[in-house]
Design a protein around this ligand. Sequence first.
Ligand code: KG4
Ligand code: ZN
Length: 337
Amino acid sequence: MNSVKILAIESSCDETAAAVVEDGRKILSNVISSQIDIHKIYGGVVPEIASRKHIENIDFVVSEALRTAETELNDIDAVSVTYGPGLVGALLVGLSYAKSLSYALKRPLIGVNHIEGHIYANFLTTANLAPPFICLVVSGGHTHLVKVADYKKFDVLGRTYDDAAGEAFDKVARELGLGYPGGPVIDRIAKNGNSAAIAFPRALLEDGNYNFSFSGLKSAVLNYLNKAEMQKIQISVEDVAASFQKAVTDVLVSKAVHACKEEGFNTAALAGGVSCNTSLRQEMKKVCEKENIRLVMPEPVLCTDNAAMIGCRAYYSFMNKSFSNLNLNANPGLALQ
Ligand code: KG4
Ligand code: ZN
């Protein structure tokens, strides 16, 4: 059989991205146009601006993805696209573009769930990975602990009751005056801080379930900062960042490893933007080694939003001839099924 080339488009939040993926695992191109420089002026993603920027960028990004993959539009076997979850206006840009291409080229359309895409990024970095495994999905919008039973079966063991892990990083960074997005900068400055300096809470750590809560931790950081300001005590931003990051990491690692042991799985995976985090990656590695669990993680560029992960997920739908209709709509609240 000839190789299968899938064009993938991702526009669910503030990255306009396109990729060409061959046979599900080989990235021929992965183009990402980030809007972060625009949104950081406002301290977070402004949905209206995101949609407009996607419209401005998408044509160029798709052309670049095809050009760098040395692939003609006619060589594409299917067009895949994120249709949820995400910002509705942003999703609609990629979805409309993908539908038009699918219709004009007479190639199947494959709608992809963004969270499944994040999980599938692991197959791109670790070619011999196969289900079953436990995946900790930690992004700006989601915190899920997922049992990946097979290529299409995802059981959500637990999720956050309130803020997503990435959201907590972004909010704490804002309070510390570190700008948006908060994760990368907290990660960087925490390297010069003492993670044991401040005893921030680890919510639901001993609960025995797989749910998370980060809003109390965020409030604890705010209280600490307010109290220091009132008492005119000089704080160390590095220590706050390191102690906060350690509190998040401790809970994430503990629950992910606990899930592997309880469910009898010997492979753990990370996914989503927060899985770029140095402390999370190191801590996970350390504990998994101790517990004899195989750990896989996408390389950092495949942790944050990208289209290659969407093309990888779409390949499995393509092989099952599981295609979408041209009336597929954007679904901002799409759940992991
Ligand atoms: O997966 P992603 O690109 O978008 C969503 O689907 O949400 O994740 C973005 C999130 C942001 O909250 C960002 O602060 C966080 O990932 N992030 C990090 C790091 N890099 C990105 N959080 C902690 N440490 C990092 N190094
Ligand atoms: Zn994402």
